[in-house]
Design a binder for this molecule. Sequence first.
Ligand code: ATP
Ligand code: MG
Length: 179
Amino acid sequence: MIRAFVALDLPEPVRQRLVLLQHLLPLPRRVPPENLHLTLAFLGEITEPVAEEVHHALAALRAPAFALTLRGVGIFGGGRARSVHAGVAAEPALAHLARKVETAARRAGAAPEARRFVPHVTLARLKPGDADPQRLEAAVAAEQGFAAGPFAVTAFALCRSFLGESQAHYRELARYPLA
Ligand code: ATP
Ligand code: MG
């Protein structure tokens, strides 16, 4: 089985800004720079033939390139913080692409996660008792002015995830240009 997801890669300057942001927050375990990405659709465990079908469907997908800006910082999990992320400024072309990717993956036989698409770049995943919640919330509030970009999004990628002991490791399987 292949643990797969579809994501946007980030330009190096944006990655560097995110690394800086990570260091401004009290995060015990940061996502390593090379792992920073924006997930469009999480496909979960799929067979090799389904991955092959998904690949063909994504290669046939037509969508326009667009500009994206990262903005703000947030925490998922409410009172029990699970992860910290950089936010994304509203961009209809991004939501459009995510919807097209989800539809293509579903038609190809995958069962993409159906939760509402909330674009974000995960900066750290937390474990219970990891962080002092008040200190984390205060630091996140203090960094709301964070913004990076706009940067051009000219491609998206099918990625494979290998879950590790501490950090997952990702491999890009294929990349698809946007018009
Ligand atoms: P770990 O699970 O070990 O913390 P990870 O989350 O980086 O590592 P995966 O679980 O393989 O690795 O996830 C790959 C990508 O898909 C990540 O961007 C993750 O946030 C996203 N993702 C994982 N599960 C879901 C889900 N159920 N719904 C939406 N996105 C998901
Ligand atoms: Mg995960």
